[in-house]
Each structure stands twice: as structure tokens, then as C-alpha cells.
Write a protein that binds this ligand. Structure first.
Ligand code: ADP
Length: 365
């Protein structure tokens, strides 16, 4: 059928199509409605050693990329889905066979092909080798894990000397404060403040490094109840700031409850903090479903953040707005983002300076 369609093209168009296919570095395979190979380009022949007339994947051993040993469900392959009329995009598979004994990773996309009556008559599958990319990613992950472990050990070892400095600086002030004069007391004050700030940073670094290793199992829980707990924990601050916090009905989710509570607490607390001094904070928490995932939003009408600082706000110790009105250590958002990423989700900001910010996080189903 498809070859028929191609034969009907005028010759020039067919030649053009052939040159495009020939010089495309992605493998491209056209299959008929039974999954038989109708057309393929040189890159496809090179990558999956395909032959005309063969059913796609006949000699291929395709596995899940996560463990490289569980067979990829045949029905879920992009070629099978394309001939069922489904589109797929960048599905990662691991291919190991006699040609690739070590195996290669492919990123595969598929689209159905329709005839004039709108019936599916086959599909187009395109793919490319992402082995180097996957290997680089694995190395980067390893290096990141090593770095976190190093940071964890360093922070752990710094806790005790910092506590000693803090403790003795406090004692110095209490016992000798009267003897050292104004300047001396001021110096001791700096010492106490800085030692406490360093202790908070070290504690933050420990919290950050523990997100991946000290998390709880994922369970199903009601986000409304978690938010209620957060609001109870922040009740004194809400009252003191005269904040109005409203919420829509939130979903039941599957996640690490303690960590998600921490994220919500960070976001609501920030939403109350980063507002002009003369203004009462207004915070709204909402949720919407998108493709089986939940997107939670904590919105405020505060000072907002310039777009160029969106990334910086998520860095560990990254602070965009400091000063007396906005005390903090730049830890909350970095920890929150890491928590959401541990859940396979994403966190991002929308904001307009002077009008407020929206912090979103997406939790996959
Ligand atoms: P901290 O609140 O201790 O500064 P965070 O990591 O929670 O640390 O936030 C990092 C920075 O992001 C803040 O210093 C602030 O500049 C910015 N930020 C966070 N939340 C908001 C918000 N709701 N509105 C405006 N800026 C914010």
C-alpha cells in the first residue's frame, strides 16, 4: 500500500524524498499496517540492520532501558503503537542483539500513516542512538552523587566545631560582656551571628544532601490534610503577618508525605515573606490535573522575581532578595526542587515583578 503511494508520486518528488531520507542521520522506517517494513533509510539499516519485507523488531532484542534485561512490551513499541493510530515521542529503549552485543540505547518516536479515507495504513518510526548521551548522563549522576556525599561529610564534620564556636562566643558574651566595652561586645555579637548563620547553612547542606538518601517510602495521602498541617504549623506567622491564605480542593497523591509537607511549608512561608512591607500577604494554593499528573500552584501577590533570577532562586544558598525585611539562607527552594525531582517531577516559577509569583510543582501519577 505505502510503496504504492510512493510509486504514484511523480518521479522528482520521489527522488527528493529519497535524498532527504538518505542524508538524514536519524533512522527512519516506514511500516505497513501489519508491521512489515516497507521503506527505510541508510541510517536505519546501519542502526538496526533492517531488511526489506522484515517485520520491525524481528531480530531485535529490545529491553527496558532502566534495567537492560526486562523485554520491552512489544505492544508498547512505537511501531506497534503507530499502527494502532497512536503517536509516541522519544521513547527510550535498549537494543541488544548479535550486531550490538554490548547493546545500544535508542530514542524512538512513531506516527501513524493514514490513507485518503483517514484509516491507519501503517506508521513511520524514527530513531537515533543515544548511547553516548546516556553514558554521559550516568557519569554525571555518579559525579553528582559523589559530590553530594562529599558535601554531606564536610557539613557533618563542621557541625561540631561550629557548635563549639557558637557556644563559647555566647559564654564570652554572658560572662565577659561587661568587661570588654561596646566595641568588644559588638565584635562578640558578630561572632555569635556569623557562627549561627554558618550552623544554619551547614544544617541546610545536610538537609539538601539527605533528600535522596533519607526519604520515606511513597504512600497515597490527601494533600488537603497536609496543607492543613502546614497552615497549623505556620499559624503564628499567618496571624502576625495578617496573611490571607485560601485554597482549592487538592488531590490525593502518591508521594513521600513528609517531604511534600516540607515543600508546601517552604512555598507558603515564602509566599507570605516576599511581599512589600506595607502589604498584607495574600496566598492561594490550587491544583490542576494534566495528562495524569497533578500540578500544584502556590500563588502570591508579593514582590515577584525577575525572570533572569528564576534559576538562581533554586540554587542552594541562592538568594535574590535579601536584607532585613527578607531574612533567610537560600535553602528552602533548593531543597524543595530536589524533593520534587526525587519524585520524578518538576518545579518552576512564573512571576511578574511587583505583581506576585506562582510556584508550581508537578507530581507524576
Ligand atoms: P530564603 O527564603 O531563605 O531566601 P529560598 O530558597 O526559600 O530561601 O528562596 C530563595 C530566593 O528566592 C529568596 O531569597 C527570594 O529571593 C526568592 N523567592 C522565593 N520565594 C519567593 C516568592 N514567593 N516571591 C518572591 N521571591 C521569592
Amino acid at each position: 500500500m505505502l510503496t504504492g503511494v510512493l510509486h504514484e508520486q511523480d518521479e522528482k518528488q520521489a527522488e527528493l524524498l529519497q535524498s532527504v531520507l538518505d542524508c538524514t542521520s536519524d533512522g527512519i522506517v516506514v511500516v505497513g499496517d501489519e508491521g512489515e517494513v516497507v521503506l527505510f533509510n541508510p541510517a536505519a539499516a546501519e542502526l538496526i540492520k533492517i531488511k526489506e519485507g522484515e517485520r520491525l523488531g524481528l531480530r531485535a532484542r529490545v529491553f527496558l532501558p532502566e534495567d537492560e534485561t526486562t523485554p520491552f512490551p512489544a505492544d508498547e513499541l512505537p511501531s506497534a503503537r503507530a499502527i494502532r493510530g497512536e503517536e509516541t515521542s522519544a521513547v527510550e529503549v535498549f537494543l541488544r542483539n548479535e550486531y550490538w552485543p554490548q547493546g545500544i540505547y535508542l530514542s524512538v518516536s512513531g506516527r501513524p500513516l493514514y490513507d485518503e479515507d483517514g484509516r491507519v495504513r501503517g506508521g513511520v518510526v524514527s530513531f537515533h542512538d543515544i548511547t553516548k548521551y546516556r553514558q554521559a548522563l550516568a557519569k554525571a549522576r555518579e559525579a553528582y552523587a559523589d559530590m553530594l556525599q562529599f558535601a554531606h561529610i564536610a557539613a557533618h564534620d563542621l557541625q561540631s566545631p561550629l557548635a563549639t564556636i557558637s557556644g563559647f562566643a555566647g559564654l564570652l558574651r554572658a560572662e565577659y560582656g561587661d568587661e570588654v566595652g561596646d566595641e568588644g561586645r559588638e565584635y562578640i555579637g558578630f561572632l555569635v551571628d556569623e557562627a549561627e548563620s554558618a550552623s544554619r547553612k551547614v544544617e541546610g547542606l545536610l538537609t539538601f544532601s539527605r533528600v535522596g538518601t533519607k526519604g520515606d517510602e511513597f504512600t497515597r495521602f490527601d494533600l488537603n490534610e497536609v496543607l492543613e498541617r502546614v497552615l497549623r504549623a505556620l499559624a503564628a506567622e499567618i496571624k502576625e503577618r495578617g496573611a490571607v491564605v485560601t485554597k482549592e480542593t487538592l488531590p490525593i497523591v502518591r508521594a513521600d508525605e513528609v517531604q511534600i509537607e516540607r515543600v508546601l511549608q517552604n512555598l507558603v512561608s515564602n509566599a507570605m515573606k516576599f511581599k512589600p512591607p506595607e502589604q498584607f500577604p495574600v496566598v492561594h494554593v490550587s491544583a490542576k490535573e494534566e495528562g495524569g499528573s497533578w500540578i500544584i500552584c502556590v500563588a502570591d501577590r508579593g514582590i515577584g522575581i525577575e525572570e533572569r533570577f528564576f534559576d538562581k532562586a533554586f540554587y542552594l544558598f541562592g538568594r535574590v532578595q535579601g536584607g532585613e525585611d527578607y531574612p533567610g539562607d537560600g535553602i528552602g527552594l533548593a531543597v524543595s526542587k530536589r524533593i520534587i525531582e526525587r519524585h520524578g517531577g518538576r518545579m518552576w516559577i512564573e512571576s511578574e515583578v511587583g505583581f506576585g509569583s506562582k510556584f508550581f510543582f508537578k507530581l507524576p501519577e
